[in-house]
Design a binder for this molecule. Structure first.
Ligand SMILES: NC(=O)c1ccc[n+]([C@@H]2O[C@H](COP(=O)([O-])OP(=O)(O)OC[C@H]3O[C@@H](n4cnc5c(N)ncnc54)[C@H](O)[C@@H]3O)[C@@H](O)[C@H]2O)c1
Ligand SMILES: [Zn+2]
Length: 367
């Protein structure tokens, strides 16, 4: 039950926190709640799939520890990151809040984390919350960094707030029930992190791919811990995403987001779009003479071996490019894309020409 690793996130103003990574760490949740918010009631937010598999066990641990736990179960998937669910959570919080106070526990993937985090950020101008990510994507990406939010009818993540959790508990046992497709989608963000920051880590991923795709705890703990360390270092330098330092984390994302939109949301998991998007960015990097074709091939091999898409299917390159131009971050002034200088080092380029970008997309679209 001891954490295999603790990754501190060092932030000013008392906003720093620990990320604990290990197997069986859910056992420590009631004590963590008690320590962070003594006497408070906890509202655990989870989705129906996660609840069916894991909630009874968690509730039992809280009962045994004598910590008052209430639950809010939302339907699974992006369709729950809505104003309606957000308002429901605020209502639940007012119902259970009393003189002892209330703490939120996000127990699920990025959807539960973003939604519960946003409710915690805004209820009474901020209450403490704990992130317990249950998807690989949430472990390596959404639960670290303090971005919370919901979607609006006009677009994804349009209402949100920065609100750092007080603690992140990653129990790798929970990942064992993840459907393989979700595991792979999260794995795309692991590959992204290695490609932009750390060549040795990429070599580790190449060597341990089999174990990682089975969510084997030892290999997974190392991969998750490295991703958290690397993301934490970036968040520490640019907590509120104001300095452009977080930009490199968008490697593969400008292409990926555009393809998700062009295909219609829901066709590809986000990580799947990012996988093929990273290959577009790698192709563009090679076209611009930053990396060799052999490096592109090496990345391609790994993505293919992990069972992630190496191409976009079902839409045209023009449709993807048109969506890219709608992305304000991309088109405001310059067309900014994150490229690779080598495996382990990303660079931001704002002088790629439309022709170069279109050619990179065309090479990754299968009709
Ligand atoms: N805040 C951030 O910085 C940030 C960063 C990246 C992504 N995000 C957000 O994260 C969301 C995507 O997160 P996600 O991919 O985790 O999606 P998700 O929360 O919808 O989870 C994916 C699926 O896995 C299921 N699931 C979760 N844990 C499980 C488990 N242990 N066993 C079995 N099934 C399980 C869920 O029920 C769901 O069907 C998006 O809304 C995205 O905008 C936020
Ligand atoms: Zn992503």
């Amino acid at each position: 039950m001891k954490p295999i690793t603790t990754v501190p996130v060092k932030l000013d103003g008392g906003r720093g926190y620990d990320i604990r990574i290990g197997a069986g760490l859910v056992d420590s949740l009631p004590a963590a709640v008690r320590e962070i918010a003594p006497g408070a009631r906890a509202l655990l937010v989870t989705d129906k799939n996660v609840a069916d598999m894991h909630l009874a066990g968690v509730e039992m641990k809280f009962r045994r520890a004598g910590v008052d736990l209430r639950t809010a179960v939302i339907p699974p998937g992006e369709r729950s990151k809505t104003l309606t669910q957000y308002v429901n959570l605020l209502k639940r919080l007012t119902e259970i809040d009393d003189a002892r106070g209330v703490i939120a526990v996000a127990f699920g993937g990025g959807v539960a984390g973003d939604l519960a985090g946003f409710a915690a950020a805004t209820y009474k101008r901020g209450i403490p919350f704990i992130q317990v990510p249950t998807t690989l994507l949430a472990c390596v990406d959404s639960s670290v960094g303090g971005k919370t939010g919901i979607d609006l009818p006009a677009g994804k993540n349009l209402a949100g707030a920065f609100h750092q959790p007080r603690l992140v508990v990653m129990d790798l046992e929970l990942l064992r029930t993840l459907p393989p497709r979700e595991l792979r989608a999260g794995y795309a963000e692991v590959v992204k992190t290695a490609l932009i920051f750390d060549k040795k880590f990429f070599e580790f991923l190449e060597a341990e791919l089999g174990a990682l795709l089975e969510a084997a705890p030892a290999a997974m703990a190392r991969a998750v811990a490295r991703c958290c360390e690397l993301k934490a270092r970036i968040v520490e330098r640019d907590e509120f995403d104001k300095k452009g330092i977080r930009m490199v984390l968008n490697f593969g994302h400008t292409f990926g987001h555009a393809a998700e939109a062009a295909l219609g949301y829901g066709r590809l998991r986000h990580g799947e779009a990012v996988a093929a998007g990273m290959l577009c960015a790698a192709d563009l990097s090679a076209r611009r003479g930053l990396i060799s074709e052999a490096v592109v091939e090496r990345i391609h091999e790994h993505i293919a071996a992990a069972g992630m898409p190496v191409q976009f299917k079902g839409c045209s390159a023009d449709a993807i490019y048109s969506r890219m131009k709608l992305d304000k971050k991309f088109s405001s002034g310059k067309m900014r894309v994150v490229l690779l200088e080598r495996i382990g080092k990303a660079v931001v380029a704002d002088d790629a020409t439309p022709a170069e970008i279109k050619a990179a997309i065309k090479g990754r679209v299968a009709v």
